[in-house]
Design a protein around this ligand. Sequence first.
Ligand SMILES: [Zn+2]
Length: 476
Amino acid sequence: MTKKLAGLQPEVVFGYFEEISKIPHGSWNCGPISQYLVDFAKAHGLRWIRDDAKNVIIFKDGSAGYEDHEPVILQGHMDMVCQKDEGCHINFDTDPLDIDYEEDLIFANGTTLGADDGIAMALFLAVLADDSIAHPPLEVVFTADEEVGLIGANAIDLSMLKGRKMLNVDTFREGTFTAGSAGGAYVTVDMAVERRAYTGRRLQLRIDGLRGGHSAGVVQFNYGNAAKAMGELLGSIGGVQLIELSGGTAGNAVPRTCQAVLVAETLDMSQVETACKELCRKLQEENGEKDASVTYALLPAEQVQALTAADSKRIADLIQALPNGVQAWEPAFEGLPQTSLNLGIMELKENLNLLIYPRSSINRDRQALQDKLKVIVEGHGAVYGQYGVFSAWEYQPVSPFRDLMCDLYRKMFGQEPIVRVVHAGLEGGAFADQLPGLECISTGPQAYDVHTTRERMEIASMGRFWDYLLALLKAL
Ligand SMILES: [Zn+2]
């Protein structure tokens, strides 16, 4: 088979990248790539470990003169996000990707490229395969199923690792060093409710046209939350009996729409109209939701099961009492949330169920926020629950490893690297949890539009990053 990337520099890195692109490695399908990594270790006579979660760790002794240096951890994830264009027939479970390049960019025809995080695998295999590279003892960790909830990182046992300096390659902005990330948890609310038969006209309320987005990326913009807004609307109308209530699709997505259907003994329609108009004005002016609409419609009379007025009020009160959005800002990074939460799903089925996603870059602050939520939830007669808790990777104000990386970057490229923390969850949290004193940086070469079929990686940037990686290993 001809090699599409033959001749591109650094050749050994692109060689591994192309090999990886031929092995199916979508999330939840890490078996084949995990086996490939184990086979690589065997073929190169390197010590390796694989666990039940399919994580693979490969060890390599320090090169001549580096045998006694402190080990360094190199880390990336083995799974990729599988997206394809309409009309693309690639089967991600069995087929190779159709990769190619044009000018300075590598891409895959019709699909995601898997630069995220095939870049990390290709770089680390290139280091492990080459006995002429100067490096301290290496502990190279390939985690499984990162993209679907840090599954591998949360399951891995790191007790055999001796390194406390870690380079994670999963940030695809050249010159950007990520030095911390938020922890998070799913908080569930379950409220039992009582229903009664009711015959009469029903009122439908709808909130539409909000921008939505991933809560980690947009919470700082104070976008309107349709579920939260519906709580306010129900509160200001008052005296309602709910029949239906639903808004939102995921814990970490800001609800764009929300719908309620209700009945009321006495409905003052001019009050309903005023309440809708006032909420719409607020969403437009205070949340910048230019396309927000808050509408109502009377539906024909019908016999229905409606919640009691008391339970309906309890729901409206709870939604209004819940904090939402940014709770604290990062002192060291302007405009970045430190602690936030998002009411992501609100659904009335048998019971009322909510899914809330709190996150914080400070573990104890997230815990304090969860404790507060629990008090509010239980105070409204509902049951509080949680799952999927994972730790923050807390920013270390003092980090000699980060200083060394920054100095090296300045010296090699004559530019100041950008050091940042992110409000999203990264694997660093799971590692920091198990390895006290860990210093970690996430960086990498330039890629664009990862997780989409427009994903591309920059050839020249990979060349610079390879040189940087070799210089870093030499300096450690
Ligand atoms: Zn990634």
